[in-house]
Write a new protein. Structure first.
Length: 288
């Protein structure tokens, strides 16, 4: 009897582990070529040499081709920092391609890299001084395709606008700022597109009919960290269709092992406790 019980428990543990690995399957993206459309007009001597022309306040002429590799590098960095993606710098080898959707390749088109120059008046002791300041804008479309079938899995355009960056004192510095912002936008977008999922495995602390802390089955085997926010849903099947209802939010307080973390309930303590008490199916999904 004890032996049968032990075998059943081991089978349950293995199946639970396999389910967790399947739902949070790591997807590898091979980043290939990024291109920059040729300008309609012939390039000037300055743009051919990669010079930033700064004749007047307004738009600064930028040789976009000079920065295409920098844009590509930030896309690779952003993908690598997202929750479930791993980036390769270059194409797959034939033997690396899988037919289960876990191998994608990415290419991109840089449609805009530009710099705006403006004047800012500052106080310098007893007099006002006018300084030139700069912001950069970047637009790049990234396409994800299944490496086994070439089917398009996703296509999105990332835009870094004036609103995303601060004014700086050089045009090169403005581009560096915009590239950094681009990397963060790529990371956040793909973290939402490929979220990590978890289950609440046990309630921790509660107070006045509200859940204050819970344990989830997500840990250090994935790139999670203290302070990561998660959304909580109840899941029901209605007429063969899956229905999710948002009931709260969590924040990871401590990563306690490969597959366990302690979370603080930030919103929906009463709803989460009621769902736990009722034995509802609860899904936890990374929110950033």
């Amino acid at each position: 009897m004890k032996r049968k019980l032990l075998i059943s428990l081991l089978a349950l543990l293995v199946s639970t582990t396999m389910l967790a690995e399947e739902r949070n399957k790591i997807v590898t993206i091979a980043v290939t070529d990024f291109t920059c459309p040729e300008p309609e007009n012939k390039a000037s001597v300055s743009s051919v040499l990669g010079v930033l022309l700064e004749a007047a306040v307004g738009q600064v002429t930028v040789d976009k081709s000079k920065y295409v590799n920098d844009v590509r590098a930030k896309v690779i960095s952003g993908i690598s920092k997202s929750h479930r993606l791993m980036a390769l710098d270059g194409p797959f080898k034939p033997q690396e391609v899988k037919d289960d959707g876990s191998t994608l390749y990415a290419d991109g088109t840089v449609t805009n890299i530009s710099v705006t120059k403006s004047e800012r008046v500052e106080n310098d002791k007893d007099k006002k001084v006018t300084k030139l300041v700069y912001k950069a804008q970047i637009s790049v479309t990234v396409r994800l395709k299944d490496a086994a079938t070439d089917a398009v899995a996703n296509s999105t355009t990332f835009n870094v606008s004036d609103y995303d960056c601060s004014w700086v004192e050089t045009s090169e510095g403005a581009i560096v700022n915009a590239l950094s912002t681009l990397g963060a936008k790529v990371r956040d977008y793909y973290s939402r597109l490929f979220p990590l999922s978890a289950s609440i495995i046990e309630g921790a602390s509660e107070k006045k009919e509200k859940q204050k802390e819970v344990y989830i089955d997500l840990g250090s085997q994935f790139p999670i960290y203290k302070g990561l926010h998660l959304q909580v849903y109840t899941v029901k099947t209605i007429a063969g269709k899956v229905a999710r209802k948002s009931i709260g939010k969590l924040k990871i307080e401590e990563v306690m092992g490969d597959d366990i973390s302690l979370c603080k309930v930030q919103k929906g303590g009463a709803e989460i406790k009621a769902a736990l008490d009722a034995g509802d199916t609860i899904e936890v999904v990374t929110a950033e």
